[in-house]
Design a protein. Structure first.
Length: 178
């Protein structure tokens, strides 16, 4: 069985694991999200809560586990609302680094001993990026851009995120925090 077949099997397994009612909520999530009356921080928390619930099921079918930090070495987009959320929640202030090392080997500044030190407050893309490969090694920077991989995600959830950050500056987390 080749890598793409394994990835397809993993995605099918995810679709079977996620409860139908939760999938139905995702199917209409953007319609509800776009009418949410809260400020950007409240909307972000609402988005995070739903993505964490949804991906709680997804993580049952993928190799991504605590201590696996391959994806913490690739670029991580972070929006202004997320930077503010991290600052307010952790007390860690942005640095806005003028020069940023674009080498993929540079880990996220919040990676400590192969564990995310701000896991509860991590950005959207850290919440929803998963490997559908047999192992998470496919996420390693030396491999990720050299292999054919299927992407997994939820359209309404992603549409909601981009709706929230549509007029905000997006940077790599390593450009903002150190």
């Amino acid at each position: 069985m080749d890598d793409l077949d394994i990835q397809k099997q993993t995605i099918e397994k995810i679709r079977k694991i996620v409860p139908k009612k939760l999938q139905q909520k995702e199917d209409i999530f953007f319609a509800k999200f776009s009418k949410h009356k809260g400020n950007t921080q409240t909307k972000l928390k609402y988005l995070y809560e739903f993505s964490d619930t949804l991906f709680g099921y997804v993580y049952q079918a993928v190799p991504c586990k605590k201590g696996c930090s391959y994806c913490c070495h690739i670029p991580v987009s972070v929006s202004e609302v997320e930077v503010t959320y991290i600052e307010k929640s952790t007390g860690i202030k942005r640095k806005n680094l003028p020069e940023f090392d674009t080498q993929l080997s540079v880990p996220c500044p919040f990676l400590k001993k192969n564990v995310c030190s701000i896991y509860e407050y991590r950005p959207y893309f850290c919440r929803v990026f998963v490997s559908v490969n047999e192992t998470a090694a496919g996420c390693y920077p030396d491999v990720i851009n050299k292999q054919e991989s299927l992407m997994f995600g939820y359209g309404e959830l992603q549409k909601s995120y981009f709706f929230l950050v549509r007029e905000m500056n997006i940077q790599d987390i390593r450009e903002v925090f150190k």
